[in-house]
Design a protein around this ligand. Structure first.
Ligand code: ATP
Length: 339
């Protein structure tokens, strides 16, 4: 979460959270797209309800803004359970997690966002909590220190991560189900835009909704954010058509025809110009565009790879010929010595 969001940044800004809350689908039926994940969750929740037991622990994995928090709330709604929110970065000690776990009411859903950023000591405590609904608390110091078991209320852990590969295997294995969220197709994102426009009372032709969706990086959060900028454009430029408003707003915010933003493009250009098309290591690449490696890896790369513009190889990141074409630099990736 950041204070000020650029239109294509997938993380939510502070002021955006209230707006997002209003647009959040509340049931699986309302949740657009992700048919596989929806089907899997539906089965899991129905089976748990029939057996009158709590649903298994669930891990939601995928890039930011694809609906992980939304799904966690839906899991609570659909199973008739209250959801408690926690976040990995706020759990810096085992004691922070013990406080969260011991406050749970039987049957609650505990949602831990960005679980990969939780402290190691807390991770180990979580293993036992997930398996046996029990934790061991250290009491006292030095030679007199003793471990005291504490029984917990049964709960369902729903955790979200943008980097499932960073989770240790013992933690990953303790989830009964992992949902992998994919970028949305243009058709599904058009449905998201149309739904949000209806809820916000914004008139938009279907062609304008489709164009906006096509340029939203396969991400509902970005589509909703760009929709607000299009609304602004229509308000300020009275009489402009919907499609003119989409083009005008997106151009102003530096969104290109692929839906790439400045950072996406600077990554592609850096590989072409400074690293002769690649391969280049993640840290070197991140330094050359002045961004954190984690942002490049979890935000920029997944979309460029899915669009076929970038390839991740064991030797590093490489441009594909399509990626090179996008930079407007002539040559093929293996002929870039001269650029
Ligand atoms: N499938 C969907 N259908 C309709 N709207 C959606 C869908 N998924 C997400 N949204 C919208 O996008 C916004 C962002 O989704 P959400 O906060 O759930 O993403 P996230 O994956 O949890 O992001 P982060 O990793 O940054 O926490 C939601 O408020 C909601 O309005």
């Amino acid at each position: 979460m950041t204070d000020e969001a650029s239109p294509l940044q997938p993380e939510a800004s502070v002021e955006e959270l209230a707006f997002e809350g209003a647009l959040r689908p509340e049931t699986l039926a309302e949740f657009v797209g992700q048919p596989r994940v929806r089907g899997q969750l539906e089965l899991l929740l129905k089976a748990a309800a029939l057996q009158q037991r709590a649903p298994d622990h669930i891990l939601l994995a995928g890039p930011p803004g694809l609906g992980k928090t939304t799904l966690a709330m839906i899991i609570g709604n659909e199973s008739g359970r209250a959801v408690r929110m926690a976040s990995g970065p706020a759990i810096q000690h085992a004691g922070d997690l013990a406080a969260v776990l011991s406050a749970l009411v039987p049957g609650e859903v505990l949602f831990v966002d960005e679980i990969h950023r939780m402290a190691k000591s807390a991770e180990e405590m979580l293993y036992l909590a997930m398996e046996d609904f029990r934790i061991d608390i250290m009491v006292g110091k030095g030679a007199g220190a003793a471990s005291v078991p504490l029984e917990l209320s049964p709960f369902t852990l729903v955790a979200a991560t943008t980097r499932s590969g960073m989770l240790p295997a013992p933690l990953r294995d303790r989830f009964g189900f992992t949902a992998h969220l994919e970028f949305y197709s243009a058709e599904d994102l058009t449905r998201v835009v149309t739904r949000s426009a209806g809820m916000l009372d914004i008139q938009l032709t279907s062609a304008a909704a489709a164009e906006l969706a096509k340029r939203s990086r396969g991400t509902p959060r970005i589509a909703n954010r760009l929709l607000r900028r299009v609304r602004d454009w229509k308000l300020v430029h009275e009489g402009s058509s919907d499609i003119e408003a989409v083009h005008g707003a997106l151009e102003l915010y530096d969104v290109d025809a692929y839906g790439l933003d400045r950072l996406d493009r600077s990554v592609l250009e850096a590989i072409a110009k400074s690293f002769k098309g690649g391969p280049v290591g993640l840290t070197t690449l991140a330094a050359s565009v002045g961004e954190e490696a984690e942002t490049i890896e979890s935000v920029v790369e997944p979309y460029l790879v899915r669009e076929g513009l970038l390839a991740r190889t064991p030797r590093g990141r490489m441009l594909t010929s399509e990626g090179l074409r996008h930079t407007g630099i002539d040559g093929s990736p293996d002929q870039l010595d001269g650029v």
